[in-house]
Design a protein around this ligand. Structure first.
Ligand code: IMP
Length: 425
């Protein structure tokens, strides 16, 4: 069984917990896109592990964790994360990196930071990890890949093309310092050593073997569908493809390898960074959800914006994300709520037009008002419930209604942070 797990909202849906649970049945975990903009914490036996780039599957013995060609890797960050894991006694011999993964260079983080700190109008609110500039260079065909670090001839040839362009832009557009070829080459020598234990030059044979041996593969998505560079709330998105399709382009496997796409969604919606968010609650209720749900960014510590569950984005997400099943998390955050709202459609305040499908021109979202239906709360703790049948009637009704609105079965319901606080249907 090969399964893709993706975020179906704006990231931070609780993918880490669902991935951790489903990793039990996987032999291989592959990350296909994104970089250290992702972040999650896993607690095992009272020990806390922080992950940004490395799949948390590395905590399990014998599971191969592969960072595919679609990922972008900030070497210094990768070193810190792997050093910390080694210090905590984690064996990283099963961690592998594609030689085709892209490298985030110092000028990428500098440009990201510069743009973020100097832009006011249209600011994206990035994680400042150089993600956008790294993917920009990859698409402009002036990026460096991990494999380049191991051939001075290749590196030198590439830098002769890249650096004149790069330096002109750094100096003339951003007023930043240029880089000499010698400086980049010595950085790359250091990077080569950082990645050496992990680079998987025989990745083709490895993927072929997994396929032949029918290994169970879990494709671990980062961010979420609404942050997808093609389908999300562009330009307020990340620069990769968190939709299920990204699992193929970024891993080296084709779509026929995938049996199931599990979308993870919170029972409400959160967003970090800027951009439209029709069901956002800027009132006491939003604050209450933020407090109860501990909604603060894992990578940047920023408070997450909170709002009601939005069936319009979820239907869209189910379509473009390719979802076949849904894992709903943090439903227990509503345990004390008298009523819970769900957005079923949007209304354009200018002309009364109703949208059931997601309107992709996000510049018009300021005119959209959510149309809500209200559900009575269950007013009891769900945290100890293990079986779907044991959920209170109001919780079951709420879940059934979400399934009906999104038209995807909910197969996992998470009622608390622990592994045991999960209901499988
Ligand atoms: P970038 O990926 O750092 O370029 O940031 C672009 C947008 O994606 C910003 O709004 C970030 O807050 C958001 N973003 C990036 N990674 C994550 C994530 O893992 N969870 C939630 N939001 C994210």
């Amino acid at each position: 069984m090969n399964r893709v797990i993706i975020g179906s909202q704006w990231g931070d849906e609780g993918k880490a917990k669902i991935t951790d649970l489903l990793t039990v049945n996987a032999d291989v975990v592959i990350r296909s896109q994104g970089g250290c903009n992702a972040g999650h914490t896993v607690v095992v036996d009272g020990k806390t592990f922080k992950f940004h780039l490395v799949p948390s599957g590395i905590l399990y013995d014998g599971k191969v964790c592969f960072l595919g060609a679609g990922t972008v890797i900030l070497p210094e960050f990768f070193k810190k994360e792997t050093d910390d894991l080694i210090e905590q006694g984690i064996d990283l011999s099963n961690l592998k990196i594609s030689p085709l993964a892209s490298i985030t260079m110092p000028y990428h983080t500098e440009v990201d930071g510069f743009v973020e700190s100097t832009t006011t109008k249209g600011k994206i609110g990035t994680t400042k990890k150089g993600i956008g500039p790294t993917y920009t260079d990859k698409m402009a065909r002036i990026g460096l890949k991990i494999q380049d670090l191991y051939s001075l001839e290749t590196l030198s040839e590439k830098l002769d093309v890249i650096l004149p362009q790069k330096n002109k832009v750094l100096e003339k557009v951003y007023g930043l310092q240029p880089y000499t070829k010698d400086c980049i080459i010595s950085l790359c020598e250091m990077y080569a050593e950082i990645f050496r234990p992990y680079v998987c030059f025989n990745w083709q044979e490895m993927l072929e073997t997994f396929k032949k041996q029918n290994k169970n593969i879990l494709f671990e998505g980062a961010q979420g569908v609404m942050l997808d560079v093609d389908y999300g709330t562009y330009p307020y998105v990340t620069s990769s493809n968190p939709i299920a399709g990204g699992a193929c382009t970024g891993s080296g496997y084709g779509p026929c390898m995938i049996d199931e796409v599990a979308g993870v969604a919170k029972a409400y919606v959160t967003r970090v960074g800027e951009g439209p968010f029709v069901t956002e609650l800027t009132d006491e209720i939003g604050k209450r959800i933020q407090d109860i749900g501990h909604e603060f960014g894992a990578t940047t510590g920023r408070p997450r914006r909170c709002g009601w569950f939005d069936a319009v984005i979820m239907r869209y997400s189910a379509l473009v994300g390719g979802l076949t099943t849904l894992a709903l998390t943090k439903i227990d955050v509503f345990d004390d709520f008298d009523e819970i709202k769900v957005c079923t459609a949007y209304k354009d305040s200018r002309n009364g037009k109703i949208y059931y499908s997601y309107p992709t021109d996000v510049y018009m979202h300021k005119y959209l008002e959510p149309i809500y239906e209200t559900h009575p709360g269950w007013k009891t703790s769900l945290s100890g419930i293990k079986k779907y049948e044991d959920l209170p009637e109001n919780a079951k009704k709420y879940l059934s209604r979400l399934e009906e609105l999104v038209n995807i079965p909910i197969s996992i319901v998470s009622v608390g942070p622990d592994r045991e606080q999960t209901i499988f249907r």
